[in-house]
Design a protein around this ligand. Structure first.
Ligand code: S3P
Length: 414
């Protein structure tokens, strides 16, 4: 895929529906007591993996356009599950299945098989789960076990790990408490509460007690992590302006907007709709020179998936942009510290890496070049954004990976 530079970038559109919320809406309703309708569901490859897994476990899932109907099952079937490229599917399901009296395996593609799983299997084993990983990674093997609650202080900031423990806590004796140093996205807590679970959040601690779930219709807002690429395009092309309609504004997800503003972009929010998962119409505009940005550890969870994008935007500012406290980037769909730095260098920029982040030495300009996505959707889409304001454009290898989270991305960006 070749992306040409452009001199103007303006869009007013809806973006891909939220991936995190779609995963949860399908998965939780699949074990709830009734039928739910999920509208504006994301049908990217990752969420399709979740649908396939829940179907294999015995739930009835029907897809029609972007509407998904889910009828839950109380007794799950034993199954060999394929989570594809999806870490969220794998880790959340590990927790959900641990206390569900089921024998299951969860496997996926080479990227998924390289990602750390002890971060979920360890706390689940502490709860009494019979779950094993393969050299600390997928495939995972789960067998029936009786669970008991634990009091767990999270060693890493990860919504996937937090969610796995909370989901196991729904089938555990006693109370399960999870404490985070910095709050990660809270879609699991919000949806479980809406489905009738006994779950309470106090500060950075979430407590859950054994609960059954009631089905709950969900209208999925736009995905801030998908919209970010469009806002990024408005920032990469001087004079650019993008409005994304009905994009999710959950404060655990909006860190990227703060960084775009720090860089000098103008941001406005209109038509905000309040609720557990608020959403609204967000406009980002750029006029003139950009400033470098800094990201520190406490900010990382709220913009974790947007860091490759922010890093390439750092090339468009004059001066050093710094990302620290982001060691989690190394265990995403690719080692995003290295694949992002490689992308910057391939585009003619300069970056130095640390174990927990990088410095981008921005010159205000991007030459362009050939970027390998390494099969990572967010690297492919970041390269496309970088190309738009560049001198000679960008050839992107592995562009098809964008379909993991943003089907239709190439039509929108080109
Ligand atoms: C996700 C949580 C994040 C994020 C991923 C989706 C989720 O991962 O990177 O794309 O839906 O819970 P971690 O929780 O492992 O940081």
């Amino acid at each position: 895929m070749f992306i040409r530079p452009v001199t103007r970038f303006g869009r007013d559109l809806f973006t891909a529906p939220d991936k995190s919320i779609t995963h949860r809406a399908v998965m939780f309703n699949a074990v709830a007591d009734g039928e739910a309708v999920i509208t504006n569901a994301l049908l990217g490859n990752d969420c399709r993996s979740t649908i396939a897994c829940m179907t294999a476990l015995g739930a009835k899932v029907e897809v029609s356009g972007d509407t998904v109907r889910v009828r839950g099952v109380s007794a799950l079937k034993d199954a060999a599950l394929d989570a594809g490229n999806s870490g969220t599917t794998t880790r959340l399901l590990a927790g959900l299945l641990a206390g569900k009296n089921v024998t299951a395996s969860i496997d996926g593609d080479d990227s998924l098989r390289s990602r750390p799983m002890l971060r979920v299997t360890r706390p689940l084993c502490e709860m009494g789960a019979d779950i094993t990983a393969t050299d600390g990674k997928a495939p995972l093997y789960i067998r029936p076990a009786a669970l008991h609650g634990i009091d767990y202080v999270m060693p890493v900031a990860s919504a996937q790990v937090k969610s796995a423990i909370l989901l196991a806590g729904l089938s555990a004796d006693g109370q399960t408490r999870v404490t985070e140093k910095v709050r990660s996205r809270d879609h699991t807590e919000l949806m479980l509460r809406a489905m009738g679970a006994d779950i309470v959040t106090e500060g950075n601690t979430v407590t859950v007690r054994r609960s059954g779930l009631h089905s709950c219709d969900v209208h999925v807002p736009g995905d801030m992590s998908a919209a970010a690429f469009l806002f990024g395009a408005a920032v990469a092309v001087n004079g650019g302006s993008v409005t994304v309609r009905e994009v999710g504004l959950n404060p655990t997800r909006t860190g990227v907007l703060d960084k775009l503003v720090q860089m000098g972009a103008e941001m406005t929010v209109k038509n905000e709709v309040a609720g557990a998962e608020p959403y609204g119409d967000v406009t980002v505009r750029r006029e003139g020179a950009l400033r470098p940005f800094t990201v520190v550890a406490e900010e990382v969870p709220s913009l974790i998936d947007e860091l490759p994008l922010l890093a390439v935007l750092g090339m468009y500012a004059e001066g050093d942009s710094v990302i620290r406290g982001a060691e989690e980037l190394r265990v995403k769909e690719s080692d995003r510290v290295e694949t992002t730095a490689a992308m910057i260098r391939a585009l003619g920029g300069e970056a130095d890496t640390f174990p927990d982040g990088m410095i981008i030495h921005g010159s205000g300009k991007v030459r362009g070049g050939t970027v390998d996505s390494f099969g990572d959707h967010r690297i492919a889409m970041s390269a496309a954004v970088a190309a738009l304001g560049s001198e000679c454009g960008c050839e992107i290898k592995g562009a098809e990976s964008a379909a993991v989270s943003y089907p239709g991305f190439w039509e929108v960006i080109c």
